[in-house]
Design a protein around this ligand. Structure first.
Ligand SMILES: [Zn+2]
Ligand SMILES: [Zn+2]
Length: 187
């Protein structure tokens, strides 16, 4: 199995951008291209950018995508519902269960509407980039159904939120109000 690299880049508005790369081929995906795009581009030296994907359409998470594409290349992607809601264009409009290829990996798109109509979680191996759907120890404005959706993932899944520290599904199941009751019901 090829090795995955994950680098967090802190952006404006305390947004976490993540660079996910295949350590062998050096092909990369950028998750949440906020601003400044230059700060993300600095971390991409030596990689080939395949995808620049937003977890949702809020400006802090997507505002740098076109500047970043101009700097490093790659194709931009956002869920079709948020493209419509926030009048954002992209090279690819995502739907549930889409897959984004890079190197030997595939990143899966899980549509988790609630925080915004087109919010997605991006899942690869036992890592999930969850945008503002789950923040460590807290809940966004999303609905219970999203918690249920994410409960299909293995307990060991690491969660990388759009703001704040990384967490894990196991930890959030125990501590996050969104999961209280849901875990017992479905597992
Ligand atoms: Zn948001
Ligand atoms: Zn946010």
């Amino acid at each position: 199995m090829a090795k995955l690299g994950i680098v967090k880049v802190k952006l404006d508005r305390d947004v976490n951008c993540y660079i996910v790369s295949d350590a062998t081929t050096r092909e990369a995906v950028v998750v949440d291209p906020g601003t400044p795009a230059e700060k993300i581009a600095e971390q991409l030296a030596g990689t080939t950018v395949r995808w620049i994907v937003a977890t949702h359409g809020h400006p802090g998470h997507v505002g740098g995508k076109d500047d970043l594409k101009a700097l490093v290349g790659g194709e931009t992607a956002i869920h079709s519902a948020d493209a419509k809601q926030f009048l954002r264009s992209a090279d690819r409009y995502l739907i549930d269960e889409d897959e984004l290829d890079f190197g030997e990996f595939k990143m899966s798109v899980v549509h988790t509407p609630g925080h915004t109509p087109g919010s997605v979680c991006l899942v690869i191996a036992n890592h999930a980039f969850v945008g503002d759907t789950i923040l460590a120890g807290g809940i966004g404005r999303q609905m219970m159904s999203i918690g249920t959706r994410l409960l299909r993932l293995p307990l060991s899944t690491a969660l990388y939120p759009g703001h704040g520290p990384a967490t894990s599904l196991e930890r959030e199941l125990a501590q996050n109000p969104i999961f209280r009751g849901a875990g017992a019901a479905t597992r």
